[in-house]
Ligand binder design. Sequence first.
Ligand code: CTP
Ligand code: MG
Length: 174
Amino acid sequence: MVLESFLLGLAYIFPAYVANATPVVAVKILGRAHPIDCRTVMIDGRRVLGDGKTWEGLIAGVGFGTFTGFVMSLFIPYLFRSMAEVFTLSAGALLGDILGAFIKRRVGLPTGSPAPLLDQLGFLIIGLLLVHIIFTLPPWIDATTIILLMVFTFAMHIGTNLFAYLVRLKDRWY
Ligand code: CTP
Ligand code: MG
């Protein structure tokens, strides 16, 4: 069943969503944050990653993403094969986000500027890719499911940002 695989797939990638969303909140709560790139500027005159990628965000994201997967596995025991798999998914998501920032800086896009597709899907693609390299993805996550998850994630991202803008949580719609 396509719908069944999609819903199960959605549950499977949920820790990656959490890992990706946590840094914004974590940095707000902590108030201070240390950039991963230590403010290093590359030969192109731009920051390696920029102020938008911090250690606090990374650690909080990987930690909370993994914890979410742990709690989920108490209710759906067959969802993840190990906690290492959940950790890899969460870490991969934030690695994808960091890679996205690296690419954005290299093409001259400032921190916080929109990069369609990269912003919405980078974390998911690298998260799933890393899990696949280390553990191979569960057999029920087939190509159709992955495509549906990408489309859904993209739409969700746009939708939630638009909502946050409309209720004035964010000052930009993207
Ligand atoms: N964040 C963080 N550490 C991370 C990822 C995110 O501290 N590893 C926080 C930053 O405060 C960042 C916010 O979460 O500004 C939103 O994340 P994101 O949209 O991914 O970053 P941008 O500000 O858009 O920066 P970039 O253009 O580099 O992606
Ligand atoms: Mg952004």
